[in-house]
Write a protein that binds this ligand. Sequence first.
Ligand code: ADP
Ligand code: ADP
Length: 227
Amino acid sequence: MARRGRRAVSVIVLLGAPGAGKGTQAEVLRDRLGLPHVATGDLFRTAFREGTELGREAQRFMAAGQLVPDDITIGMLRERLAAPDAAAGAILDGFPRTAAQAAALDELLLDRATAVDAALLIDVPAEDLVLRLAGRWICEAAGHVYHEVTNPPREAGRCDLDGSRLIQRADDEATTVRARLASQLPALEEVVDHYERAGRLRRVDGRLPIAAVSEALLVALGAESRS
Ligand code: ADP
Ligand code: ADP
């Protein structure tokens, strides 16, 4: 990728099925690269908690395991990328999720005379995803992500980082998970094709332990960890 300093803006897209590890790895990349972590799922959940109309509208789709319509999602992302902290770029987690969103992102960045530097696909077989999502716990305060088996908190039920209570997402319940995988995996393929055609796609084996996936992502970006 173009490192910060050599180019003004770095936009990195993290791709993967629900449960592949995008949010977990986006936090690592944020700390390592100094770019904000922009997750459309988090933006929708925040909007819902704040009681906005956008949040209520999005929630109807999220609760059913469906994608939120493109116009709502693209508008929200455009607004987020216009914030001052994203002036140097961002790590996008969960966007784009459809071919139309990928095309809209290209256009939006073209207006800013830039483009996606790299699209990193965290590859996890469908049969592993259900277990990932069934064991996922997030903290109430900031959405920090844990797994009851593969990534447990130090103290049961409490976030290591801010001490808030850990909760399970309603859409991680088994029936909704199946609906999400059925509706989102075909769309993910289209997005993967989009970046493959553009020569921006890098694949990383997402079945590895969390630290090994982070290392592989940094290698793929040409920004190997110093540790
Ligand atoms: P996960 O971490 O399991 O992939 P997210 O937190 O990223 O889930 O997203 C939760 C839900 O928010 C999705 O199932 C979908 O309903 C909605 N959502 C998030 N990002 C998008 C997007 N780019 N386009 C449409 N819907 C989205
Ligand atoms: P996504 O944002 O793609 O939906 P998350 O980052 O929320 O995925 O991870 C889904 C679940 O899997 C979480 O419970 C997380 O702790 C766990 N997890 C993430 N990466 C790995 C990994 N490499 N190996 C095992 N478990 C993982």
